[in-house]
Design a protein around this ligand. Structure first.
Ligand code: FAD
Ligand code: NAD
Length: 468
């Protein structure tokens, strides 16, 4: 029963994967729920301009490249591809339309009220949403994140010369030369899309390796593979400025440690140096909620903020900025509000880079495990020795299992493989149940599957793989 003092039991601010899931779960648990969202469509960054549209372009461009680079010919399928970029963009928009429409359907089905507009706190139980006053006993902040700007570099997605990830999804033609600033997930995924479609792609990365946060061996192998695919990688290099003249950009680069600068010309520059939490204009000062040094909202284990009745989840709080992390927190926060026990195990959150091959990991890297004081044992197995990967002409990559040498408990799993994103789910589930490497090694895996490489890597922890 709704508390009559308020319009709603729960008001969620933001309808991304964190917010819309929290709202649906709260409603399922019998709470009178509303969700404030300022976008024209539900689904947040993920469904509108993130996970889904990027995967639509990655999937389509992967087919194009397979046809163009002889991979299909190797299988006896000879085709000469012709790019219809409008149609490719059309199927991206269609995927977004269907999935965002699907959330609207789920809101109706679960009786979640969508309050359209920008939300701003008046007090801890009152929010102004586009001029409308909405009160709720519990308010969940799920406002997500947006692109981190690079000082001195002006993004203008409408011109298509200096773009962020949203602009890079929507380019109307294939740029001849693209420079990606930031060798993280977005840079490598969207850089791959345009490279496959014909762009010469240079990635400028401040650090000495790509993909910060991933296992060291995986980062090195990834750099080797992206180079082999034709990406020009400029590691340990920073961009100090970008000037635009007409349809051309000129970038100034410098070694990260300082030194002589040089210039680089490009038809398109993608700025992808990270994302920052959305808290501006939310009126947090009205409720006395302060941000941490990284601009995030801190919560306790149950996703409660310091302000009574105000909760927070997703990209706006600390942790990896990932849709599935936000979703799980959405379920947990709703269950906690309903008086149940909602828990997210932040030690076991997989991450996947959807390039070809895919790159995935869960748990600790070898470096992190050692830093945490573990004596580690590592088992590795190359995809080249996996019968299915070899048969499918997908020999690149490996599986790496990091286990505790004393207890054999699996601490982390790192995979580069064509279907690493699918394979990592098994590793996450095993770790959630506290598996040892022996548990994975003695689990029967279907043959012939890429997943057998995980079994063999687990066997390799004890030094006993069969196929190498
Ligand atoms: P968001 O999805 O950002 O949603 C927040 C919503 O709140 C937005 O719709 C916003 O309009 C709304 N909002 C903000 N402030 C207000 C306000 N004051 N009033 C009303 N509404 C407000 N993650 C993955 O796990 N896998 C991927 O493959 C993946 N690919 C990505 C690709 C790209 C190009 C990008 C940019 C991101 C990608 N991500 C991916 C990250 C993923 O999109 C985010 O981690 C996820 O969307 C975070 O969910 P959220 O609910 O916290 O916030
Ligand atoms: P990121 O943090 O993954 O990578 C940013 C990179 O830019 C880092 O490697 C950093 O060292 C580099 N960098 C920072 N400043 C620089 C500078 N001045 N010059 C050169 N390099 C610089 O950030 P992103 O790629 O923008 O992605 C943002 C977030 O979106 C990520 O946190 C990620 O979790 C999420 N995302 C996830 C997926 C996925 O799960 N597949 C896909 C896309 C985005």
């Amino acid at each position: 029963m709704a508390d009559q003092t308020y319009d709603y039991d729960v008001l969620v601010i933001g309808a991304g994967p964190g917010g819309y899931v929290a709202a649906i779960r709260a409603a399922q648990l019998g709470l009178k729920t509303a969700c404030a969202e300022s976008r024209e469509t539900l689904g947040g960054t993920c469904l509108n301009v993130g996970c889904i549209p990027s995967k639509a372009m990655l999937h389509a461009s992967e087919y194009f490249e397979a046809a163009a680079n002889g991979s299909m010919a190797k299988l006896g399928v000879e085709v000469t591809p012709k790019l219809n970029l409008d149609a490719m963009q059309g199927q991206r928009l269609d995927a977004v339309k269907q999935l965002t429409g699907g959330i609207e359907y789920l809101f109706k089905k679960n009786k979640v009220t969508w309050v359209k507009g920008l939300a701003k706190f008046q007090d801890a139980h009152t929010v102004d949403v586009g001029g409308q006053k909405v009160t709720a006993k519990n308010i969940v902040i799920a406002t997500g994140s947006s692109v981190t700007p690079l000082p001195g570099v002006e993004v203008d997605n409408s011109k298509g010369v200096v773009v962020d990830s949203t602009g890079a999804l929507e380019l109307a033609s294939v740029p001849k030369k693209m420079v990606v600033i930031g060798g993280g997930v977005i840079g490598l995924e969207l850089g791959s899309v345009w490279r496959r479609l014909g762009s010469e792609v240079t990635v400028v990365e401040f650090l000495d390796q790509l993909l910060p946060g991933m296992d060291g061996e995986v980062r090195k192998e990834a750099a080797k593979l992206f180079k082999k695919q034709g990406m020009d990688l400029r590691l340990s290099t920073k961009v100090t400025g970008v000037t635009v003249k007409g349809k051309k950009a000129t970038l100034t680069l410098e070694p990260s440690a300082g030194g002589a600068s040089e210039t680089l010309e490009a038809d398109c520059v993608l700025v992808s140096i990270g994302r920052r939490p959305n808290t501006e204009g939310l009126g947090l000062e009205a409720i006395g909620l302060e941000l941490n040094k990284r601009g995030q909202i801190e919560t306790d284990h149950d996703f409660r903020t310091k302000v009574d009745g105000v909760w927070a989840i997703g990209d706006v709080i600390p942790g990896p900025m990932l849709a599935h992390k936000a979703e799980d927190e959405g379920i947990a926060v709703a269950e906690n509000i309903a008086g149940q026990t909602g828990i997210v195990n932040h030690a076991v959150i997989p991450s996947v880079v959807y390039t070809m091959p895919e790159i995935a990991g869960v748990g600790l890297t070898e470096e992190q495990a050692k830093e945490a004081g573990h004596e580690v044992k590592v088992g590795k197995f190359p995809m080249l020795a996996n019968s299915r990967a070899k048969t499918n002409h997908e020999p690149d990559g490996f599986v790496k299992v990091v286990a505790d040498a004393k207890t054999d408990r699996v601490l982390g799993v790192w995979i580069i493989a064509s279907v690493a994103g699918t394979m990592i789910a098994q590793a996450a589930q095993a770790m959630e149940f506290g598996a040892t490497s022996e548990d994975i090694a003695y689990t029967c895996h279907a043959h012939p599957t890429h997943s057998e490489a995980l079994k063999e890597a687990a066997m390799a922890v004890q030094g006993k793989p069969i196929h190498i």
